[in-house]
Design a protein. Structure first.
Ligand SMILES: Nc1ncnc2c1ncn2[C@@H]1O[C@H](COP(=O)(O)OP(=O)(O)OP(=O)(O)O)[C@@H](O)[C@H]1O
Ligand SMILES: [Mg+2]
Length: 597
């Protein structure tokens, strides 16, 4: 139960709904008890007038008078019962409109709380947890919690109100009859709880089997090209059959338990009825009670049956909700450890000084950077060259504050980067990540992504021109309105990279950080982009990360990374002169390019 305490703030927020729900439940239960009482009275009345009628059997006039009197009473009883049923219906409607509506409102709030919290968490969190897990907690777990806030709470409140009302009243009518007729109900409740647990366990297994099945199908279809070219269709169909067989078996085993459910309820209710009739019958014979009481009690047993059944059901919902909420709490308790020390908000000039920077990835323990130092004067450019895994992207991560350095520091305009307000810092850096990601949206919206709501088409077009992708875009039938992503247009690797560059430069950043973003374009386009960038990056600091020396040539300064350490530093001419790693890389790459030409 304890994890669910966290929801109390929401219950408090919607206390009016909850309060009205309780009041409506209370009122609706009156319209449950009174009709049963009326039935009892009506039956006693019928029996009585029947015996009365028999006594005066021979008097025609009396017979006629008592007959119409009798019918009048019965009609009144009937109308009263109808009115009660309608009123009960009205209040049941109102209960759902308050409590179930409240659960939907809380569900909405909780989802938003979780999503907003996800957004604050650092990248490391998303690396440690799978997307499936993140999604499950905001969807499945939240809906299990909603079952607790809605139906479980509703039936729980009903139970708490109805039980004392009905049972208390039954005791005032007849104590032994009450005890006998209620005898099977605890057994009913416990067995419902046990059966329900079995059903839940099996349903969960089915759920897992189903998600396995859909993952399999999804992968098979996205990899259909590979499946077909390696002629694995039959194999794939066999695997599918095996996976769905598992699903079938689990479903059948669930059906078995479910089939037990209703017979069990019916048997126990039947037992109650028999006991009531038997014990009541004896009392009628002894003259202690009228027939009406038996009818009334049978109705009471029926009234209590559903709440008793729901007791088992509610218990298992609450248990599951508690498990779900504790999973949700686990994520809600995750803290963002990348914080700003001074919340400095100011316009950046662009003087970057990296001092003895070392970094170890917390999850893998890999030492990606080892005492790296360099300096870029405001408005100058730096190229970072190095083989795969040498730590280039890690430098970008640290500059963007996706991670914080293990040792050493980065100074930006003579302030530690950690003292800047994070949003303010990131807004002023135009970052082109290595793995290009574009949203399933129009090209214009993708390029204008960082500008918020106020998209300025002129700026977007200019950025596209600077990134050398404008001509490609206007050739598409829908131009800048072309949709990307699933069911949309697929851009080539080089086009994607250039759209991603346009997205970074559209907000005229103070610092431009390009992580290997020209790897998928040819040397000619690379040159065109670099020349265009040189114009717009005049007076702005830029960092160009690349495998290729051709990207680095134009930079004011070049550093060569190897295994996390800086091995060479200087401009193109200087590095060529020392004939080290850079020079040999240059030789190799220009030679290759020459061969291709
Ligand atoms: N999120 C991460 N968690 C753990 N280890 C990582 C992570 N990202 C990178 N690494 C490791 O850190 C080292 C440096 O990686 P980095 O991405 O900085 O290389 P890179 O120079 O950008 O390589 P490439 O040219 O292939 O992009 C690698 O050994 C890599 O396996
Ligand atoms: Mg990289």
């Amino acid at each position: 139960m304890k994890p669910l305490w966290r929801l109390n703030k929401y219950l408090y927020k919607y206390k009016l709904y909850l309060f009205l729900g309780v009041v409506f439940t209370f009122i609706s239960n009156f319209f449950v008890i009174i009709p049963a009482r009326l039935v009892g009275i009506a039956i006693d009345y019928v029996v009585e007038s029947f015996s009365y009628y028999q006594v005066f059997d021979d008097g025609e006039v009396v017979q006629e008078a008592s007959r119409s009197e009798f019918l009048k009473y019965i009609l009144i009883f009937g109308l009263l019962m109808l009115a009660m049923a309608l009123l009960r219906g009205l209040f049941l409607f109102l209960i759902r409109q308050t409590i179930i509506a409240m659960s939907r409102l809380i569900e909405y709030d909780l989802k938003n709380e979780i999503y907003a919290h996800y957004q604050t968490l650092p990248l490391a969190f998303f690396r440690q947890n799978s997307t499936g897990d993140l999604m499950a907690r905001i969807t499945e777990d939240v809906s299990k919690v909603r079952m607790y806030l809605g139906p479980a709470l509703m039936y729980g409140i009903n139970l708490i109100i109805l039980f004392p009302m009905v049972i208390g009243y039954m005791f005032t009518v007849n104590v032994p009859l009450t005890l006998y007729s209620l005898l099977p109900l605890p057994v009913l409740s416990v067995s419902i709880y046990l059966v329900n647990n079995m059903i839940n366990k099996r349903s969960e297994k089915i759920q897992r089997s189903l998600s396995g099945l859909s993952t399999f199908v999804q992968e098979a279809f996205s990899g259909i090209r590979v499946i077909k070219s390696f002629v694995r269709e039959k194999d794939s169909a066999n695997q599918f059959q095996k996976a769905s067989e598992d699903y079938k078996e689990k479903s059948i085993s669930l059906t078995k338990v479910q089939s037990l459910f209703f017979p069990l309820i019916m048997a126990l209710i039947g037992l109650s009825t028999i006991l009531t009739v038997y014990v009541g019958g004896i009392q009628v014979i002894e003259g202690a009670i009228g027939y009406g009481v038996i009818a009334e009690f049978i109705l009471y047993v029926n009234i209590l049956t559903w709440p008793v059944t729901s007791l088992g059901w509610v218990t298992s919902i609450v248990q599951r909700a508690a498990a779900s909420q504790s999973r949700i709490n686990e994520f809600l308790d995750e803290k963002n450890d990348i914080l700003s020390t001074e919340h400095l908000e100011k316009e950046i000039n662009g003087h970057i000084e990296v001092q003895n920077l070392s970094f170890v990835y917390p999850d893998s323990g890999i030492r990606a950077l080892d005492k790296v130092s360099f300096e870029i004067k405001a408005g100058k450019s730096l190229a970072i060259i190095g083989t795969t895994g040498s730590g280039k992207s890690t430098i970008a991560n640290l500059l963007m504050r996706t991670y914080d350095a293990t040792e050493g520091r980065i100074l930006l305009d003579d302030h530690d980067i950690r003292s800047y307000d994070i949003a303010n810092l990131r807004e002023q850096i135009g970052y082109v990540p290595q793995d290009v990601f574009l949203f399933s949206d129009s090209i214009a919206n993708n390029i204008g992504f960082g500008m918020g709501k106020s998209l300025d088409m002129a700026q977007i077009e200019q950025a596209a021109k600077d990134a050398d992708v404008y001509n490609n875009i206007i050739e598409f039938p829908q131009g800048f309105e072309t949709r990307l992503g699933e069911r949309g247009m697929t851009l080539s690797g080089g086009q994607k990279q250039r759209v991603s560059i346009a997205r970074a430069i559209v907000k005229s950043p103070k610092i431009l950080l390009l992580d290997d973003c020209l790897s998928a374009v040819d040397t000619k386009t690379e040159n065109a982009i670099l020349n265009a960038l040189e114009k717009i990056m005049k007076d702005r600091t830029s960092i160009i990360i690349s495998h290729r020396v051709s990207s680095a040539k134009l930079a004011d300064q070049i550093i060569v990374l190897d295994d996390g350490a800086v091995i060479e530093k200087g401009n193109h001419a200087e590095l060529m002169a020392i004939k080290g790693a850079y020079a040999s890389l240059y030789e190799k790459q220009t030679q290759q390019a020459g061969e291709v030409d």
